[in-house]
Design a protein around this ligand. Structure first.
Ligand code: ATP
Length: 207
């Protein structure tokens, strides 16, 4: 069976991952949004649901829906519980993603978008990685506008993520979404570069 090149797309909060992913979708490239799929899996993956209840209690679900407040309270500033929750969710997403990838195997390139691509180790499912960078103050401004939240709230979310510098060091390619350089052109260029790289038999190619 033919296999797609899997591109991991990441970036800090408000950097423009979703904007870049939407450009890729407009170019006909399937995109797997890991955060959204993870949220759905809490409800649809009975195994995950059972494990969450086993470790975090019956209150993890209220009237059949995920009780985010209950879970957040438990994992907030408790590294051990946060790791435990991640150790339940990340494998569930990895399994779901593997099936999604197989279902899209006819596409030469697919994208996995994840805010914590490196932190969750899910970059290991990818053939190469792309990060979206933007000045942190601009990111805060955009998220405040988008989510109608305070700068303080955005900074709190930011504190759990890698910095742009750390992500750039880990990623194979980076896009700059500072409002000065057109993101569309950069997305097209990086996807062309990746397609070329993996079509060249002298370079590493997905198994
Ligand atoms: P999150 O991690 O919170 O999901 P994200 O990385 O997916 O964020 P987006 O949602 O794509 O980021 O972008 C954040 C906000 O900034 C959105 O409201 C988006 O419309 C806006 N935005 C993205 N790129 C630009 C740009 N170049 N100029 C102005 N606004 C932008």
């Amino acid at each position: 069976m033919a296999k797609s090149i899997v591109v991991g797309l990441t970036g800090g909060i408000g950097s423009g991952k979703t904007t870049a992913a939407n450009i890729a979708v407009a170019l006909g490239i399937p995109v797997y949004i890991a955060d959204e799929e993870a949220k759905a899996l809490y409800m649809t993956d009975s195994n995950l649901k059972a494990e969450v209840i086993r470790h975090f209690g019956e209150d993890s679900y209220l009237n059949g829906t995920l009780n985010r407040a209950h879970l957040s309270n438990q994992v907030f500033s408790n590294e051990e519980k946060l790791s435990l929750l991640n150790s339940l969710v990340h494998p569930a997403v990895a399994t779901h993603f593997a099936a999604w990838k197989d279902a899209h195997a006819s596409h030469p390139i697919v994208i996995k978008e994840a805010a914590i691509l490196f932190e969750s180790n899910s970059y290991k499912d990818c053939d190469c990685t792309v990060t979206v960078n933007c000045d942190v103050d601009e990111r805060i401004r955009r998220v405040m506008l988008r989510d109608e939240v305070s700068a303080e709230e955005v900074r709190k979310r930011l504190s759990h993520q890698l910095t742009d510098e750390e992500r750039t060091e880990k990623a194979d390619y980076h896009l700059v979404n500072d409002g000065n350089q057109l993101l569309y052109n950069q997305v097209v260029r990086v996807l062309e570069t990746i397609a070329l790289r993996f079509s060249d038999s002298s370079q590493s190619h997905p198994d």
